[in-house]
Design a protein around this ligand. Sequence first.
Ligand SMILES: [Zn+2]
Length: 176
Amino acid sequence: MSTSPLPRKADIRKLASSGTVLEGLVEIATLERAAVALADDSGVVTYRLEFGMSEEGILSVDGCLEAVVQVQCQRCLEAMDLPLSSRFLLGAVWDDEQARTLPKRMEPLLVLEDTVDTVAIIEDELLLCLPFVAYHPPEACSRKVGYRTGDMDSVVAEEPRKNPFDALAALKKPDK
Ligand SMILES: [Zn+2]
């Protein structure tokens, strides 16, 4: 696969008018925000970004990505591989007002002075498809579902019951 460099400041008008396609691999270790959110920053993201213009005249990015990331299983707390893939369609907007009028099939891509950060596009989409929590499949998890510790066998000694009348008696004032 030919790898196109991912520019951090790309002129979206030029990319769209020439129908530029960027595709290749980016190392997760170079994506700071994603690396922090993951158990491990190893691995790569395979991406494809196709710039163009929608039928409504909106500058758009038709993209997809795939990656296998390392996240922490929330049951056994060990790292696990999590395959991710995402398909997305972004529409360039310059402000909130434009973002509100975008066709529903598009997600807004905020553009500053006609430039976009293509690395940030990949990173944002990767973060969006990360689940809030992840678990190994039950058969692969080192902590079995319904697992119990030995503590369940020990019996906590019951405290001797207090006589409720003792408390009442303590409240009673001695007669004068
Ligand atoms: Zn697990």
